[in-house]
Design a protein around this ligand. Structure first.
Ligand code: SAM
Length: 325
């Protein structure tokens, strides 16, 4: 079976958030005052999340990314991941993490059947890292990355580039892909909760690449069908790759293949759209048919493209930790 939206896009990628809780407080992800935590009773249990994943795969989803909040803070996550990995028809199970708990969990994640890890890392300088994450411990994250490598995970590092904050580290991050087989991805900052200075924080992907070009020659590399939206390059003399994700300056909506489901069972066709479907009533009444219909509807109503640009952000503010970044 295939899920095709009204613009002819094949939708085969589900980002499934398992929690809104996080052990970091990244300044670009949540406001300083924090977020209102979701009520426990609203958060789906693992059986409920599993039933959404299973129906989504039945309909045509081939790749699931487990995200959050921080997925590794939810108790029992590895058992849940192993259940997901066993869903017939699922081709890729991947996870996004801030890496804080990776050192102790990498081995279990590998055994559970997780194929790849995306690790969010926005600075290689301990003090700045702590400032951006409001208290994060860089050595612990680096130990987590080393553990992931030891367990044989292909490592992807995601850096959100912010002007005047961590832009001076673009080359340091690119250099990680010289000696290690890492994929380093530079992500344009998105004004999800529209902080006052949001316009001044954005660094366009073209500028990121231009800065890298001052130090390295880079060559475009081809991508697979289930790959994400990054444009990817190999640096001359390097063993890894770099990529740039440009949701703002060069949105990739025409190639978007994803839907999202939050830990409370809210499905969204687009991160930046307010059109949602509540899957919880179907899940809690074991209504498989209703659940499939609701997922199909989210795909059908998926917007053609989002409306954020470098100058305009008309969406209702939200935290990535709630929607599942
Ligand atoms: N806790 C996990 C982590 O840190 O990767 C998963 C959740 S986090 C919300 C998922 C991704 O969203 C991270 O890579 C983070 O950098 C990205 N993200 C959050 N807020 C963002 C923003 N304003 N602009 C761009 N990316 C953002």
């Amino acid at each position: 079976m295939e899920l095709i939206d009204s613009y002819g896009r094949k939708i085969n990628y589900l980002r499934l958030s398992v929690t809104d809780r996080c052990n970091m407080r990244c300044s670009y992800c949540m406001p300083a005052e924090g977020i209102n935590k979701l009520h426990r009773k609203d958060i789906l249990n693992y059986d409920e999340l599993f039933s959404i994943a299973r129906e989504a795969v039945t309909l045509g989803i081939e790749k699931i990314r487990v995200t959050g909040g921080e997925p590794l803070v939810r108790r029992g996550i590895c058992t849940f991941l192993a259940r997901l990995a066993d869903i017939p028809g699922l081709k890729q199970l991947v996870l996004t993490t801030n890496g804080l708990r990776l050192e102790e969990m990498a081995e279990d994640l590998r055994s559970a059947g997780v194929q790849r890890l995306n690790i969010s890392l926005d600075s290689l300088r301990p003090e700045l890292f702590a400032r951006i994450t409001r208290g994060g411990d860089l050595p612990r994250v680096m130990a987590g990355i080393a553990a992931a490598e030891r367990c044989g995970f292909p490592v992807k590092i995601n850096m959100v580039v912010m002007r005047g904050i961590n832009e001076a580290e673009i080359i340091d991050f690119a250099s990680l892909a010289i000696h290690k087989p890492f994929t380093v991805r530079f992500i344009e900052y998105m004004p999800v909760f529209k902080e006052k200075n949001w316009k001044s924080l954005a660094v366009p992907g073209s500028e990121i690449l231009a800065r890298i070009a001052e130090h390295y020659t880079y060559i475009p590399v081809g991508r697979g069908e289930l790959s994400g939206p990054a444009r990817e390059y190999r640096l001359e003399g390097g063993v890894g790759t770099i990529g740039v994700i440009t949701p703002i300056s060069g949105h990739f909506c025409e190639r978007c293949n994803r839907i999202r489901v939050t830990s409370t069972g809210i499905a969204r066709g687009c991160l930046l759209s307010n059109t949602e479907a509540d899957l919880k009533p179907y899940v809690r009444t074991f209504d498989r048919h209703g659940l499939q219909e609701a997922l199909r509807e989210i795909v059908t109503n998926k917007p053609g493209m989002h409306q954020i640009s470098a100058h305009k952000a008309d969406h209702s503010p939200f935290s990535m930790a709630c929607v599942g970044g």
